[in-house]
Ligand binder design. Sequence first.
Ligand SMILES: C[S@@+](CC[C@H](N)C(=O)[O-])C[C@H]1O[C@@H](n2cnc3c(N)ncnc32)[C@H](O)[C@@H]1O
Length: 177
Amino acid sequence: MSDNYYNTIAESYENLYKKEQDTKLNLLKHLIPKYYHITPNSKILDAGCGSGFSSDFDCYVVGIDNSEQLISRAKQKYNANDKISFILSDLNKKLAFKDKEFDITISLSAIHHATHLSRLLSELKRVTKSFIFISFPNRITRYNDIETTLMTAIQKNKLGLIAKIEHDVDNFFVIRI
Ligand SMILES: C[S@@+](CC[C@H](N)C(=O)[O-])C[C@H]1O[C@@H](n2cnc3c(N)ncnc32)[C@H](O)[C@@H]1O
């Protein structure tokens, strides 16, 4: 097992972050319907899904994360739901999905961990049909650098930034494919 930070806090992850996660997920669930109508047959990719908290949608969801411990917790938690699956996967590598496999992609509080944001956005664009909803924490010291890198990556990949929502914990970005 790799020795990453999220593996070491996996057991207490939800207790530590539940309040923030609730706030972010609430905002996301209000934001998505403005751009995309989720049906029971929709397919969502949750990039950096952690314990599966952000994957809780009433449709098909694939959550990916590089923490074995968090993926294992997500699998335990959602093992009765055959529409949700979780796959150990690194956001810094090519994703093992077909082109346009997902209707939308979401990624809550994870992209600031990517070592090459432009390459990640290129992969998310490849596997997504319509919109990418991204958030990342606005109180981190690298915030401005990450936002600048994200804007450059959006342009480079010929994507469209259609909304930025400033929020208590994370800022949200709605990106059109
Ligand atoms: C703050 S957590 C957010 C988890 C979840 N989206 C949520 O809102 O509850 C950040 C997540 O990004 C994952 N992560 C960090 N680097 C990653 C990488 N290179 N590939 C995949 N996941 C990564 C971590 O394991 C962690 O689960």
